[in-house]
Design a protein around this ligand. Structure first.
Ligand code: ADP
Length: 399
């Protein structure tokens, strides 16, 4: 049984086809520059060279049409015809307070997602376009929506309510939602499997450290807190996002610099984070290189980033009255050995001890704490697409 997973951005689209009998990846690809000159589809069938298709793609429907043609292509494809694709799973960023888990897509689900576009104006519209395009091109194939916010819906009110006038929550749904939920859920389930214990017995802190980054506190399988908030801007320092700052800074800098409407938003989302501190790059590999070469602001960016991760780990240990496992995942979490070292340094009084030799590893599911560490430190590559495909199989009634 084959499942197609679609992740639509505003001008790009990622996809995978998985064989769900053994959960193997059959092919994956990326379409870039949708609706812009130079549209390109890059397709990779497992074990084969990349196939690149350069044709104009005016909109998401055009792009998905080319994706579907490629999937059934006699040479590069992985299915004889479209009837072999049993269901489609769509990644959707924001489901507001409406959904606490994935759902089979119906017209009323589409209405609910439309209602949420206000909350995620950059992300939900392309997600919706992707679903609509698939519905038109595959009218008889069941579709499932998997939401970044859903896993965090179990947070208690004290974690998600901001201390601003309550009417803004009532009127505009201003509250903390959290993101990367599919990843936090996946790695927490893998952590329980690696420890050979039921997730209902475990307290886990998951650190999704990529270009966007967030930490979650997962008690007995349920998220009770996460560092991202109303938008993905809150929480950790990120590649280009500031994370937590004193909100008074916004008006102060806007006045001092006489900035036009909206510019502060741009600065906090695109010009801050490790890029803002270092002035070098948002890519942690460049920061690491510059830091090794002695660049002090790159070194400072690393320390500020690590400080914030440690800050949240400590906070979540307090919230859960301890922790059994800390998980590192996503681009930085899976690959940046030095950053994991700094984050876990000098935490032995909290029962957290990294094994510096075991930690010299990248992108592999493994234990990196020392044998006498009370808290297990785990490296777990995330796999949001697999999680989406699993939910899709279940909700499309294919199991
Ligand atoms: P996103 O999905 O949010 O774009 P990813 O999880 O793909 O992010 O992570 C991307 C980040 O991972 C990049 O900014 C890059 O700095 C970092 N990264 C990837 N490989 C390495 C590495 N070997 N060492 C340090 N950082 C790395």
């Amino acid at each position: 049984m084959k499942v197609l997973v679609i992740n639509c951005g505003s001008s790009s689209l990622k996809y995978q086809v998985l064989e769900m009998e053994d959960e193997s990846l059959l092919c994956k690809g990326l379409v870039e520059r949708i609706g812009i000159e130079g549209s390109v589809l890059k397709h990779e069938k497992a074990g084969e060279d990349k196939y690149v298709l350069q044709v104009p793609m005016d909109d998401h429907k055009d792009a998905i049409g080319h994706v579907l043609n490629t999937i059934v292509d006699p040479v590069h494809g992985v299915a004889k015809d479209m009837s072999e694709i049993s269901a489609v799973g769509h990644r959707v960023v924001h489901a507001g307070e409406k959904y606490a888990s994935s759902v089979k897509i119906t017209e009323s689900v589409m209405d609910a997602l439309e209602e949420c576009t206000d909350l995620a104006p950059l992300h939900n519209p392309p997600n919706i376009l992707g679903i609509r395009a698939c519905q038109e091109l595959m009218p008889n194939t069941p579709m499932v929506g998997v939401f970044d916010t859903a896993f965090h819906q179990t947070m208690p009110a004290e974690s998600y309510i901001y201390a601003i006038p309550y009417e803004y929550y009532e009127k505009y749904k201003v509250r903390r939602y959290g993101f990367h939920g599919t990843s936090h859920k996946y790695v927490s389930e893998r952590a329980a499997a690696m420890l050979g214990r039921p997730i209902e017995d475990l307290k886990i802190i998951t650190c999704h450290l990529g270009n966007g980054a967030s930490v979650s506190a997962i008690r007995y399988g349920k998220c009770i807190d996460t560092s991202m908030g109303f938008t993905p801007l809150e929480g950790l320092v990120m590649g280009t996002r500031s994370g937590d700052i004193d909100p008074a800074i916004v008006t102060y800098i806007r006045q001092k610099e006489n900035l036009p409407q909206g510019e502060m938003n741009n600065i906090l989302n695109k010009k801050s984070g490790v890029l803002g501190i270092s002035g070098i790059s948002s890519d942690f590999r460049d920061i690491e290189q510059a830091a090794e070469d002695g660049n002090e602001r790159a070194q400072l960016a690393q320390r500020v980033f690590a400080h914030k991760v440690r800050f949240y780990i400590g906070a979540y240990m307090a919230e859960m009255n301890g922790v059994d496992a800390i998980v590192f995942t996503a681009g930085v979490g899976e690959n940046d050995i030095g950053m994991r070292d700094i984050i876990c340094q000098d935490l032995s009084n909290l029962g957290i001890k990294m094994d510096l030799i075991r930690n010299k590893v990248r992108g592999k599911e493994t234990v990196i704490s020392s044998d006498d560490s009370k808290v297990k430190i785990l490296l777990i590559p995330t796999n949001e697409e697999l999680m989406i495909a699993r939910d899709t199989v279940e909700l499309a009634g294919l199991k």
